[in-house]
Design a protein around this ligand. Structure first.
Ligand code: S3P
Length: 192
């Protein structure tokens, strides 16, 4: 670590805002954005949901591992990972070693509320999504913590507030410019 322009990865539960916060964060610091799930779907040529149905979770995790490896070997980017990416030890390791990892932590109750109309996430197409989210959280929260360098609680703030929280953490650690030029979408770090 030490300079701006590194890979930044967001980890956390599904529905916690990784893609939205990631896209805004990338714009603020002038890095490209990559959504691992979108890269996976482009590669599969179908939705994650139908791939799960046809081939099962392990086959999906294999593709996910390949995509995580490739993205984290690529140029500086803000990466939103899928909520289950931390389940594999290999993913936890490459994410932690190659990226600045931020865990967007959300309570299962907030996630259930935000995703009450979701039809795309295969793991949540169950009778009691809240119970499922609690179960996933119990297993994954320690894995997100192990993978992350920083934790940001999502709670109820707006997306811009959340992006500011993430940026503040990065700035405190000297990993992002303190005040990117307003409206900047790219460009090198300003020397301070
Ligand atoms: C998954 C989360 C999804 C997607 C897949 C599996 C999970 O990503 O990768 O449906 O295991 O939690 P999001 O976290 O972007 O929803």
């Amino acid at each position: 670590m030490g300079e701006a322009g590194r890979l930044i990865a967001l980890v956390g539960m599904p529905g916690g805002g990784k893609s939205t916060v990631g896209r805004h964060l990338a714009r603020r610091i002038g890095l490209p954005f990559a959504d691992a799930d979108a890269v996976i779907e482009a590669r599969l040529g179908t939705s994650i949901r139908s791939f799960f149905e046809l081939h099962g979770e392990e086959a999906f995790r294999d593709v996910e591992q390949q995509v995580v490896d490739e993205l984290t070997l690529g140029p500086p980017t803000v990466i939103a990972t899928g909520g289950g990416a931390v389940l594999r030890e290999a993913n936890r390791r490459v994410l932690h070693e190659r990226c600045i990892v931020v865990y967007l932590r959300s309570a299962p109750e907030d996630l259930a509320r935000r995703m009450r109309h979701d039809t795309q996430r295969p793991l949540l197409q169950v009778a009691d999504p809240l119970a499922k989210l609690r179960e996933l959280y119990a297993v994954r929260d320690p894995l997100y913590r192990e993978t992350a360098h920083f934790i940001v609680d999502t709670g109820k703030p707006s997306v811009p507030m959340l992006v500011n929280r993430v940026l503040m953490q990065l700035e405190l650690a000297g990993l992002a410019p303190a005040s990117p030029p307003a409206g900047a979408s790219s460009g090198p770090r300003r020397d301070r």
